[in-house]
Design a binder for this molecule. Structure first.
Ligand code: PBG
Length: 349
């Protein structure tokens, strides 16, 4: 047959395929999440995330050495404090797990970029990402107690609502604590309106004008966070996160969220989760010049791992395919629990 167009012509040999490959995956794309537990001599494996564990600061060294040796450029830190309270005051404790881990990592591997996740849900006893409107016995009317305000009752909001503006102070305070400890980048993930502006103002006032903000700009209320909540012990004790995280049905709204974060001074953008939201990644890439990260979340990882452990998929091929798809959609950086494995697989060729 005299077919003019035969796309298969360019698929004939591995080298030819390599020549026409449009997207590549490399070590520089990877960001590895780490869970830092308060305490000593702790390595608690996370059942739903094989290969990952909560670690105390004194048991981080091997992990850091391994990441540094692989030349993975950055880690993203989550803290699991020993004590939680209603307003998550542990989030800005300079002696908490995250500031301690930041100092330890910067000392051991100064070139490894440390990104600190900024959210309240790991630090609040109710597991929500900010202050919950609570009618305290001795607080009858619109009242704010403390500096920063940690006990808040707003009569114009329903009881149990997550209060946006009082939470901003707490997020800014946490971001400053992480920057004070030496964090290279802060990554606000609470999905409060105005959080990027509040954190930028807080950082600048504290002299951290050069600490960039990687904004979880479009973060969806996703069932794929399940394993993370086990890992970070941050499952909401009542309700869900749908009044602050986005409806998975909404693409245009995601672009509005991104526009706000960009206008508020985000230095990098993020879409989360990644795999089920490739259209959002692609749309953000087309409209914004800022570096774009995508978070392949715990549930995406857990699904691949579970299928692989059952022998139902080829883990290496499926994981690398999931990552290249995220790159192809337009992400510059991928936060992934596969970071170390992916770098090894890529090096093997
Ligand atoms: C904190 C936060 C969550 C994740 C990252 N930061 C959980 C959530 O919003 O419930 C999820 C990450 C993952 O699933 O890997 N707000």
């Amino acid at each position: 047959m005299n077919l003019t167009n035969r796309p298969r012509r360019l698929r004939q040999t591995p080298t030819l395929r390599r020549m026409v490959r449009e997207t590549s995956l490399g070590v520089d794309d990877m960001i590895a999440p780490l869970f830092i537990a308060e305490g000593h001599e702790l390595v608690r494996p996370i059942g739903s995330m094989p290969g990952h564990a909560q670690r105390s600061i004194d048991r981080l060294a091997d992990e850091i050495d391994e990441l540094a040796e692989l030349r993975i450029p950055a880690v993203l830190l989550f803290g699991i404090p020993a004590h939680k309270d209603a307003s998550g005051t542990g989030a800005w404790d300079p002696n908490g797990p995250v500031p301690g881990a930041i100092r330890a990592i910067k000392q051991r591997a100064p070139d490894l970029m440390v990104i600190a996740d900024v959210c309240m849900c790991e630090y609040t006893d109710h597991g929500h990402c900010g202050i919950i409107n609570t009618r305290y016995d001795d607080l009858e009317i619109a009242t704010v107690v403390g500096d920063p305000p940690t006990l808040v009752y707003d009569p114009h909001e329903p009881e149990g609502a997550l209060l946006n503006d009082p939470t901003l102070d707490l997020l800014a305070r946490a971001a400053v604590a992480y920057a004070d400890a030496g964090a290279d980048i802060v990554a606000p993930s609470a999905m409060m309106d105005g959080q990027v502006a509040a954190i930028r103002a807080g950082l600048d006032a504290a002299g951290h004008t050069n600490v960039p903000i990687m904004a979880y700009a479009a973060k969806f209320a996703s069932a794929f966070y399940g394993p993370f909540r086990e890992a970070a012990e941050s499952t909401p004790q009542f309700g869900d996160r749908r009044t602050y995280q986005m409806d998975p049905a909404n693409g245009r709204e995601a672009l509005r969220e991104v526009a706000l974060d960009a206008a508020e001074g985000a230095d990098m953008l993020m879409v989360k989760p990644a795999g089920p939201y490739l259209d959002i990644i692609s749309a953000v890439r087309a409209r914004y010049e800022l570096p774009l990260a995508a978070y392949q979340v715990s549930g995406e990882y857990a699904m691949l791992k579970a299928a692989a452990q059952n022998g139902w998929i080829d883990e290496r091929r499926a994981a690398l395919e999931s990552l290249i798809a995220i790159k192809r959609a337009g992400a510059d950086l991928i936060i992934t629990y596969y970071a170390k494995q992916a770098v090894r697989w890529i090096a093997e060729g």
